[in-house]
Design a protein around this ligand. Structure first.
Ligand code: FES
Length: 74
């Protein structure tokens, strides 16, 4: 079984360190769907930089490379 999930974010969500008074460090939650360490961002979102509006991109989760792209009919 396979599933396509639409992710339109190309950068992580930043959690304010004030919400985590224990260590005071920012926490970045993946919003692009490419991370290998969910829910944390592992910088895999850098693969999204070449994306252009109006297109859909399909990624290989192992290589983080684009395997297909096509116009977004939405
Ligand atoms: S936002 Fe997904 S890896 Fe950074």
């Amino acid at each position: 079984m396979a599933r396509l999930v639409r992710h339109e974010q190309t950068a992580p969500y930043r959690i304010d360190p004030a919400d985590f008074p224990k260590d005071g460090k920012s926490l970045f939650i993946c919003a692009c769907g490419l991370t290998s360490t969910p829910p944390r961002c592992d910088a895999s979102h850098k693969a999204c930089k070449p994306e252009v509006p109006g297109m859909i991109y399909i990624y290989d989760p192992a290589t983080k490379g684009v395997t297909d792209s096509r116009p977004d009919a939405r």
